[in-house]
Design a protein around this ligand. Structure first.
Ligand code: IMP
Ligand code: MG
Length: 183
């Protein structure tokens, strides 16, 4: 375990099984169709890569980058930093997100994507932290429900670090206060 973590919440093996199960559900639900996975950067990176490998359908992948977070707390204001490259008109879209916390980011995404007239839009999130929900968004696919703890790893970061950990863990108070940078 990384020394900045207090505990491991989800091991690499648990993540692997959970992601494969999501891929199997999506493959069954959209049988015969092409799905468009829209990843929310950068948190989706490891999850989307593994999820896509376990989807057995024709699959398109596109990305958006949004900003709403700084440090541990959501600002509640969502801005598009990078937009989709391709049209999603008449497509079956699945938004791929690392974690739904307040729900404000996903509420904004759904509202924004629906204006582009897709055939359908659903949300697939690796983690769901329901205790702090402010916007009630419909989540079709959830990997794991987690308690109200700040977690890192498998795509999730704290100030840009820890995304490469192959498991998900809870950051220690010391690491939160230490506030590492690129040096
Ligand atoms: P929401 O808009 O509050 O639902 O926030 C969603 C975004 O906040 C996620 O896509 C993450 O990037 C970030 N986030 C929320 N909780 C955590 C956490 O525990 N660790 C790391 N990032 C988080
Ligand atoms: Mg995110």
């Amino acid at each position: 375990m990384h020394k900045d973590l207090r505990e491991v919440l989800l091991t690499a093996e648990q993540l692997d099984a959970g992601v494969k199960a999501l891929g199997a559900r999506i493959s069954a639900d959209y049988a015969g169709r092409t799905v468009t996975l829209v990843g929310v950067l950068k948190g989706c990176l490891l999850f989307m890569s593994d999820l896509a490998k376990s989807v057995t359908l024709d699959t398109r992948m596109d990305f958006m980058m949004l900003s709403s977070y700084s440090g541990q707390h959501s600002t509640g204001v969502v801005r598009i930093l990078l937009d989709l490259k391709e049209s999603i008109e008449d497509c079956d879209v699945i938004v791929v997100e690392d974690i739904v916390d307040s729900g404000l980011t996903m509420e904004y995404m759904l509202q924004n994507l629906k204006t582009r007239r897709p055939r359908s839009v659903e949300i697939c999130t690796l983690l769901d932290k329901p205790s702090r929900r402010r916007a009630q968004v419909p989540i079709k696919y959830t990997g794991f429900q987690i308690p109200d703890k700040f977690v890192v790893g498998y795509g999730l970061d704290y100030n840009g670090i820890y995304r490469n950990l192959p498991y998900i863990g809870v950051l220690s108070e010391a690491a939160i206060e230490g506030n590492k940078t690129c040096r």
